[in-house]
Ligand binder design. Sequence first.
Ligand code: NAD
Length: 248
Amino acid sequence: MLLKDKVAVVTGGAGLNGLGYATARQMAAHGAKVAILDLARAEPVAAAARLGDRHLGLVADVTDKAACEAAAAEVLKALGRIDILVNNAGITQPVKTLEITGADYDRILDVNLRGTLYMSQAVLPAMRQQQSGSIVCISSVSAQRGGGIFGGPHYSAAKAGVLGLARAMAREFGIEGVRVNCITPGLIETDITQGKLTPDRKKEIAESIPLARLGAAADVAGACVFLASDLSAYCTGITLDVNGGMLI
Ligand code: NAD
């Protein structure tokens, strides 16, 4: 029970095949009460109900600052505190540099980067007050290898921005007991990758990875539990690669 009685907020956590839901499920199994935040169409209330009646599902668009603040207030009211935030909500778009429009750029940066800032801002006052907290930001191997397998350059830029933002927040809030770390997943089989790669391409990618397979959502969820728990009490500002050795 690594997270007994902790309260965790997971953004973009409603998709049953996604990294967020896998993380919510593992955190609940480790004793946490979990608030799943997501867009209405992803049905966060139903997703939280699947975890059991200790948990909470809320509709919140992470690009909307007021909605993030309202969701944090709702979690505090219903579950009493916020110990963990997983900034997981994200979108991608498989286009090349010269094809990116201003609207594409705004959309990708807004969800991946602005959303990470707004949700962190929404929970930080409570974490500062209790002098403890762990924020885990989901970046991507795309930020490190300078190009995604299915994400565009604006996605790489947004996810690299997440690394910088997380390190800056780690530096700023460490003194107040709040840790901020990142995970850079490699290619993980979820809805975001579904249908974007042919079976042959998947096989080719798997053969190029030292651990010889694509990742599973549970692989990333385990890393989130580690960074959220006291097992990582002396880690802040780190980037944990969960990519099967893709960058070796
Ligand atoms: P997913 O599409 O299954 O999950 C993303 C979730 O974010 C969805 O539930 C979606 O409804 C939600 N979301 C989208 N826009 C939102 C908004 N404005 N406000 C609130 N929620 C919103 O994808 P996934 O693969 O589970 O991705 C989860 C995270 O992991 C993303 O940040 C993604 O960029 C990152 N990532 C995924 C991979 C991979 O290979 N799957 C690799 C590296 C990083």
